[in-house]
Design a protein around this ligand. Structure first.
Ligand SMILES: Nc1ncnc2c1ncn2[C@@H]1O[C@H](COP(=O)(O)OP(=O)(O)OP(=O)(O)O)[C@@H](O)[C@H]1O
Ligand SMILES: [Mg+2]
Length: 185
């Protein structure tokens, strides 16, 4: 049977854990020889979306572009993993309706936790007024209402979140013969 593709769409605040989970899921799938491609927001913005800013209009264009590429991959049997804040619900819903096997993954951590992680030092800058349009601080984040998966990264480990995603893919018949990662391995 031909391998089915999918779009794993990770949305959430900066520092919530999208890139971390996306990379770990990609690594696991690659180990099992599934064709995978990663579309990370930061990387996309230096290539495909270079020059776009963070206004609603530019963010929407960015998300639609990522969705467009992810769909090309998905419909050709590849598991496309997109990790972008993608703060606006309407555009994510649009992608869900217009793409092949779109799976919305809400990477959820409270703003205070993301701020305390401040992986890139951006929250400090945003709070000092040095960055405009910063999601969660001076720009909105519209959480998914009905995501296929919620990864609560303040309560579960990276490995547990990866297991959650892979388990879901298995229940959907998108991967087969998967064994849960064990923390003790
Ligand atoms: N369960 C978890 N899943 C993912 N990340 C976690 C988890 N627990 C702790 N973390 C930590 O949270 C941080 C998440 O950073 P990451 O760069 O993945 O966020 P991001 O959502 O991609 O942010 P941005 O939108 O700015 O790119 C990392 O330091 C990671 O180690
Ligand atoms: Mg990231």
């Amino acid at each position: 049977m031909r391998q089915q593709g999918a779009i794993l769409w990770l949305t959430g605040l900066s520092g919530a854990g999208k890139t971390t989970i996306a990379c770990a899921v990609a690594q696991e799938l690659q180990k099992q020889n599934y064709p995978v491609e990663l579309l990370d927001g930061d990387i996309v913005r230096t290539h495909l979306s270079q020059g776009l800013g963070f206004s609603k209009q530019d963010r929407d264009i960015n998300v639609r572009r990522i969705g467009f590429v992810a769909n090309l991959l998905s419909r050709n049997g590849i598991i496309a993993i997109a990790a972008a804040i993608s703060p606006y619900r309407e555009i994510r819903e649009e992608l869900k309706q217009t793409t092949t096997n779109f799976i919305e993954i809400y990477v959820d951590a409270p703003l205070a936790v993301c701020e305390s992680r401040d992986v890139k030092g951006l929250y400090a800058k945003a709070k000092a007024g040095q960055i405009q349009h910063f999601t969660g601080i001076s720009d909105p984040y519209e959480a998914p209402i009905n995501p296929e998966i919620i990864c609560q990264t303040d309560r579960f480990t990276v490995e547990q979140c990866v297991n959650q995603v892979l388990h879901y893919l298995e229940t959907q018949g998108l991967i087969i013969g998967w064994h849960m990662l064990s923390e003790n391995k």
